[in-house]
Design a protein around this ligand. Structure first.
Ligand code: ATP
Ligand code: MG
Length: 221
């Protein structure tokens, strides 16, 4: 997957983009995959997190929250094992630009009908911004309650509607916010814990998707 780009996108604020982006990036950093994490959100959530004690393990970070972010991604991603891009939680040129150069798009979505509707808008934006080529995309169910009826229902509804999902959820766990207090992720603080295991499983699914990715024919930005 060397040189691959993963864009984390959702037009729904608070769906878990930044948490997923940082957790994946730190996971790969700890596995020596040489990741680059790009903060394309004007809120600068990642950059602020990295100002805290553990600085996300000293991972390589860049911040660029404008529509030229695609150039930054194109320039730097070949030098890294994988590049992960966190995007804003609203409709913007920045997200479209970051989608246009992605090999894989992960769309975190909370298990609620309101969130699912907004996620579908994200996918429409993704498709309308592309000409002749579209990245692989997968939804990731976040902040789920294990075994809950609503999670199972939303998973089944998305699958029936043809929206592909990762098999692994990101369940609701306080470990994510707690790790954030220290500028860290669960993979750093509790590598054998359940949150770190979830992230390992999500990362493994992403690795498989990237290793079988389609060749890119055309991009737009
Ligand atoms: N799996 C989870 N379990 C528990 N809390 C979570 C989980 N994922 C995210 N959170 C919490 O939910 C809140 C929103 O998460 P996050 O900041 O990652 O979302 P976001 O999509 O990046 O938001 P924004 O659109 O504002 O950028 C944070 O307080 C975060 O700690
Ligand atoms: Mg965010």
């Amino acid at each position: 997957m060397s040189g691959s780009v993963i864009t984390i996108a959702s037009l729904k604020g608070g769906s878990g983009k930044t948490t997923l982006a940082t957790c994946l990036a730190v996971h790969w950093h700890l596995k020596w995959t040489n990741p680059l994490l790009i903060d394309a959100d004007p809120q600068r959530s990642i950059m602020r997190l990295a100002e805290r004690g553990q600085a996300l393990g000293g991972i390589d970070l860049m911040a660029q929250a404008d529509k030229n972010v695609w150039e930054t991604i194109k320039t730097h991603s070949p030098n890294y094992g994988v590049t992960i891009v966190d995007t804003p939680g609203f409709d913007s040129d920045i997200t479209v630009a970051a989608l246009a150069v992605a090999d894989l798009v992960l769309i975190p979505v909370k298990a609620s009908p309101l969130d699912v509707d907004r996620m579908m808008d994200t996918v429409k934006t993704l498709m309308s911004g592309m000409t002749g080529w579209a990245p692989t995309f997968r939804c990731v169910l976040t902040q789920t309650t294990r075994g809950s009826v609503i999670s199972r229902h939303i998973r089944a509804e998305l699958e029936e509607s043809g929206f592909p999902l990762l098999a692994t959820d990101m369940p609701n766990r306080v470990a994510y916010a707690e790790a954030g207090l220290y500028g860290a992720t669960p993979s750093q603080l509790a590598p054998e814990g359940p949150a770190a295991r979830d992230i390992t499983d999500i990362a493994t699914e992403a690795e498989v998707l990237l290793s079988t990715k389609k060749p890119r024919k055309a991009t737009s930005a």
